[in-house]
Design a binder for this molecule. Structure first.
Ligand SMILES: Cc1ncc(C[n+]2csc(CCOP(=O)(O)OP(=O)(O)O)c2C)c(N)n1
Ligand SMILES: [Mg+2]
Length: 393
């Protein structure tokens, strides 16, 4: 159907906006491993072509381990919240493949700007998962030093980190670490955000800046179908990845429950950025299996049927099936990962309760890189006030 004067109907051009498999523009969802654990080919993206059989098996086992341990972090933190040890927790259940694929595609010199749900990326970047809990326990305003792992602090203000990421990427250009041809030097930035965030002004402004300056940034959008209780259908009339075209850079939709595809697509997008070819939007098409956070009750706004359908696309189960079917991992390997998960659970449970309470004066520590005179006066005044209490010593 055409709209007189306005060209063809959008659905005719783009196809159904929110179907996982394909669209009428002929660009299909990038998938390299089916939910049944079978490898499939894609014309533009591949996984493992440059690896021997042994290396390939080792890499996929590594992905399995990463995803299993990431899920364990999530399960433990959720339980800790239920026990009253955390004030709140943002679960990533179901999004492990999107995050581990993206996280493992990073080089050490790349820089990550996460939201509040990027526990799997934090894991890949080597952040001690215990440090993730401080913010949610309310004993820390960040939890880690972003410079140690090139992993920024969690950002609760929806979409704000995409501007930080773009600015940082523009800084990298000016530092001369983009497009030099040295694979150990060239660097890129990845900005994680959600489907809901894509409606924010910040995100759209960051797209404009990134395109205008050809900034080395990968916009990694985990479309988990929900922004708390707001479904994606209400937020966008076209598939999110196709928005990139309007800003002047490529967009790709990848199966976010397929770790091989998430890795392959993110790796290629990061490489483009490092080489100085500019930004890419990656839409990782996935599903938030759990609640938005532990304060949310999704049964009030979505059908359990949907959740059941997505369970069949579980990101970890398909890798396990692939490994087993092809004799790429034995029982000893799976037992070792389970044992490691147990140890990690213990580390989190014990470590969480032992996290120190914050010192009141620490609130002044990270306001600015350097203390201003006014801040010193305020801090001294507050210190004197604390001293005034009986038994302060
Ligand atoms: C600027 C801003 N507006 C509103 C909120 C409240 N809020 C917290 S999470 C959220 C939904 C985000 O959805 P999405 O971007 O899809 O990420 P997801 O939580 O699904 O990972 C909203 C609106 C906020 N934190 N910041
Ligand atoms: Mg979302």
């Amino acid at each position: 159907m055409t709209q007189p004067g306005f060209g063809p109907d959008l659905a005719e051009v783009f196809g159904p906006a929110h179907e996982a498999t394909s669209d009428s523009a002929g660009l299909s969802l990038v998938q390299l491993l089916t939910p049944e654990g079978e490898r499939v080919e894609h014309p533009d993206f591949s996984f493992g072509d440059d690896l021997s059989d042994a290396e390939l098996a080792e890499t996929v086992r590594g992905f399995f381990r990463d995803m299993t341990l990431t899920r364990r972090i999530d399960v433990e933190a959720t339980a800790l919240q239920r026990h009253g040890e955390l004030g709140i927790w943002a679960q990533l259940l179901g999004q492990e493949a999107a995050q581990v694929g993206a996280g493992r595609a990073l080089k050490p010199q790349d820089y990550v700007f996460p939201t509040y749900r990027e526990h799997g990326v934090a894991w890949c970047k080597g952040v001690d998962p215990l440090k993730l809990l401080g913010l949610f326990r309310g004993v820390d305003q960040g939890g880690w030093d972003p410079r140690e792992n090139n992993f920024g602090l969690y950002t609760i203000v929806i979409g704000a980190q995409t501007l930080h990421a773009t600015g940082y990427a523009m800084g990298m250009q000016r530092d001369g670490v983009v497009g030099t041809g040295d694979p150990d030097r060239d660097a890129a930035v990845i900005a994680h955000f959600g489907d809901g965030a894509s409606s924010q002004g910040d995100v759209n402004e960051s797209f404009i800046f990134a395109a205008s300056y050809n900034a080395p940034v990968v916009f990694f959008c985990q479309n988990n179908q929900w922004a708390i209780s707001e479904p994606i259908e209400r937020q966008s009339r076209i598939p999110l990845y196709q928005r990139a075209l309007g800003f002047g850079f490529p967009g790709v939709r990848v199966d976010g429950n397929d770790v091989l595809a998430s890795y392959a697509v993110t790796k290629a997008a990061l490489q483009r950025a490092r080489e100085g070819q500019g930004p890419t939007l990656v839409e990782a098409y996935t599903y938030r299996m759990g609640a938005h956070t532990t304060t949310d009750d999704p049964t009030r706004y979505r059908l359990s049927d949907d959740v059941e359908r997505w369970k069949l696309k579980d990101p970890i189960a398909r890798v396990e099936a692939y490994l087993k079917r092809n004799g790429m991992a034995d029982q000893e390997f799976f037992d070792a990962v389970s044992a490691e998960a147990e140890d990690l659970g213990h580390h989190l449970r014990e470590g969480c309760k032992a996290l120190p309470d914050p010192q009141p004066l620490s609130v002044f520590d990270h306001v600015y890189a350097e203390m201003t005179d006014e801040l010193v006066t305020q801090r001294d005044g507050f210190a004197a006030y604390l001293e005034s209490f009986e038994g302060a010593h």
